[in-house]
Design a protein around this ligand. Structure first.
Ligand code: BG6
Length: 486
């Protein structure tokens, strides 16, 4: 179903996010027939560039990031025809009058401003959008992490944006919320009678959330080295996943209903600070090793700063201090240059209270629900089943296995496709509200402060492994183990 006519401005249109994610996602929605004829895209960046040169860039990006089967027909030309380019200086006045004049031709359209720029430009661009009269009516602004680097800077940024755009027109993207399987978490929990009655400390032993990457920092060294895995991944993606697992059922899918419940979880997280950080957190940094069969340098060599103490890995044990979850550890783990790209949520249920099977039946294992976010999206429920045959009661651990690729004959859309269309539709359910972002920083900041007070140096791990041995010890101390490829 096509969305309403819109004009979407991508600030930072020549940058990595625009080329790798936004423009391909818009093209794929166009390919799927969701963009109305009147939909228009304006690329804005600082460099003076002709429309033709910009279109050549967009063409190259789309043919690189979209499967060839979709880019060889007339659809790509139709998409390019929607696009124009304007140069404007985010920190000066050059180009803004022309840009405002160009937008005024689309008075009937929904105006979306997507800031795909370096974060220090969010404030200056917002101010100019206000000053040139582009924040009025129903116009929306989309910003992407990092939303601040700590609580103080996040509040400052939220205030700057908030002075120009009211909260209901601010869309803070966490692209993990746009992933199909992440949305499926809500379907799984709240559209099935099976799980919710068991979804609490009485029946769940623990939860693991792993977001493992095999890539290193790539070209993002300068950003990453100031950020580190805790800010880059845990503050946003992993905490959002934790919220969706742990939140109470919202009364509806309405944006604030969902966001209210997530906020309550963020507020119930037990504080980690210098009193307990050494026991419940492990920062790590990769050394040279091999990933996907290829020798790779260590982090410090990659960013050419041998003294960097930025963490490229974090494991931690979080606790949600509320009625439903007290006593259930949430083990979170994320890192770069790990053995494989694999993100999953594993919910392990408690042991049965009494086993009627003897030791010949095989080892008793706990029921486990695995929500696989990527790759090979799907859901598995591991159960104990009797092995077929006359050999007595021998049990085996077997999964009920639902792979999305097999169950649905469609390719899984990229998160940005869904999220961009949600902005146009005005649906903020999958976007972070200001108070959520700030609550997440309120929990993250004391961890960072504890690390710096304790002079915590990230533990080394070999690229291509599953992280430092201290991360394994973190969970094994509790007589549990990390699940890999569960
Ligand atoms: C981004 C982080 O938000 O998410 C990157 O800044 C990370 O460091 C990326 O690589 C992972 O996203 P995905 O969708 O590839 O899992």
């Amino acid at each position: 179903i096509p969305v309403a006519p819109f004009v979407l401005t991508v600030f930072g249109a020549t940058g990595d996010l625009a080329c790798r994610k936004l423009l391909p996602a818009l093209f794929r929605r166009d390919f799927a027939g969701q963009l109305p004829d009147a939909a228009t895209i304006i690329g804005v960046a600082r460099a003076a560039m002709s429309r033709d040169d910009f279109l050549a860039m967009v063409h190259a990006a789309i043919t690189k990031y979209v499967p060839a089967s979709e880019t060889t027909g007339p659809e790509l030309d139709r998409f390019l025809a929607r696009i124009s380019y304007m140069a404007a200086d985010a920190e000066g006045e050059t180009g803004w009058t022309e840009f405002a004049a160009a937008l005024s031709a689309y008075a009937e359209h929904i105006h979306v401003h997507y800031l795909a720029t370096a974060p220090h430009l969010f404030g200056p661009i917002c101010e100019r959008l206000g000053r040139y009269g582009l924040s009025k009516g129903d116009s929306r602004i989309v910003i992407e992490k990092p939303i601040g680097k700590d609580l103080e800077s996040a509040i400052r940024l939220n205030q700057t944006v908030g002075m120009i755009f009211p909260e209901e027109r601010v869309y803070r993207i966490d692209h993990y919320l746009g992933k199909e399987t992440v949305q499926n978490l809500m379907a799984l929990r709240f559209a099935n009678a099976l799980f919710e009655p068991l979804w609490n400390a009485a029946h769940i032993d623990h939860v693991q959330i792993t977001v493992a990457e095999s890539i290193g920092v790539e070209e993002r060294g300068p950003y990453y080295d100031k950020s580190g895995a805790l800010r880059d991944m845990v503050q946003n993606h992993l905490l959002q996943l934790l919220c969706l697992v742990a939140m109470e059922p919202p009364h509806s899918l309405e944006a604030d209903a969902v966001r209210d419940e997530k906020l309550k979880i963020l507020k119930s997280l037990e504080r980690i600070d210098e009193t307990n950080a050494a026991f419940v957190t492990v920062p790590g940094q990769y050394r040279a090793g091999a990933c996907d069969g290829i020798a790779v340098p260590g982090y410090a060599e990659e960013i050419t700063d041998r003294a960097s103490s930025t963490e490229t890995f974090v494991a931690l044990k979080a606790a949600v201090a509320n009625w439903r979850w007290t006593g259930v550890p949430f083990y979170l783990r994320t890192g770069k240059r790990l053995q494989q790209r694999s993100s999953e949520i594993v919910v392990t249920f408690r042991k049965v209270p009494h086993s009627i099977f003897n030791s010949n039946s095989g080892k008793a294992v706990q029921t486990r629900l695995v929500i696989r976010l990527q790759p090979d999206e799907g859901i598995k429920l591991w159960l104990m089943i009797k092995e077929p045959g006359p050999g007595g009661m021998r049990l085996q651990y077997v999964p009920l296995d639902m792979s999305f690729a097999e169950a649905f004959d469609v390719s899984v859309p990229d998160a940005y496709e869904r999220l961009l269309m949600d902005v146009v539709r005005g649906d903020a359910t999958l976007f972070m509200r200001r108070d959520e972002v700030e609550a997440a920083w309120r929990w993250i900041d004391p961890i960072r402060q504890a690390w710096s007070q304790m002079n915590e140096i990230p533990r080394p791990y070999v690229a291509g492994s599953w992280g430092p041995s201290a991360a394994i010890a973190l969970i094994e101390r509790d007589s549990r183990t990390w699940m890999e490829d569960a």
